[in-house]
Design a binder for this molecule. Sequence first.
Ligand SMILES: CC(C)(COP(=O)(O)OP(=O)(O)OC[C@H]1O[C@@H](n2cnc3c(N)ncnc32)[C@H](O)[C@@H]1OP(=O)(O)O)[C@@H](O)C(=O)NCCC(=O)NCCS
Length: 185
Amino acid sequence: MHEPPIAPCFIMTNLAQTELHFREGVRPSDGAAVRNLATATGFFRPDETAVAVELVEERLRDGEKCSYRFLFAELEGGQLVGYTCYGAIPCTIGSFDLYWIIVDPAHQKAGIGRQLMERTEAFVAASGGRQIFIETSSTSRYEPTRSFYRRCGYEQVAELADFYLPGDHKVIFARSVDRPQPRGS
Ligand SMILES: CC(C)(COP(=O)(O)OP(=O)(O)OC[C@H]1O[C@@H](n2cnc3c(N)ncnc32)[C@H](O)[C@@H]1OP(=O)(O)O)[C@@H](O)C(=O)NCCC(=O)NCCS
């Protein structure tokens, strides 16, 4: 099926203005590209990276039957520099989870993460979604990630004590996408 084009935007990388392109469709090469991206961050354990790749492979195998959806951000020439993986939460009406967001470390702090977030939110809203949840860790290692979520307008709505490990709580952020909301102040 032919995908409608998604409008590109411009970002500044290495002091040069670069066009950023977006696509939803998953390609066979995306598994390896996502593995490279996750590994390059130095942020994820091998088992976590394996899960990220499995979700790509599941989508490739099952197509529309698979509830995991993707948004990929690429530079001109096709280099993958970031992506989101998200999906509707079963047995809810309009609640979605953002499972993954990763931006290539070489291109972080250039606005790519925000673009991915905003476009993912627009897709969720267009699919009848009301709110997006994101789960993360309470540890100091994840403080930059939590700051990013707050800057993107997400609020902490819950904390599950000792969820991952004693002292490592699960923090849940949420944002409504069906009505305008201010982004980080
Ligand atoms: C978190 C991540 C996706 C952010 O991507 P990014 O492209 O660098 O983010 P942007 O440049 O679009 O930044 C958006 C906002 O978040 C803020 N932000 C981004 N990274 C930040 C950091 N490390 N510390 C504090 N704030 C940060 C920016 O300052 C910006 O705020 P502003 O526009 O209000 O000034 C990226 O750092 C990343 O991939 N991290 C490793 C993987 C990860 O943690 N993923 C989430 C768990 S799956």
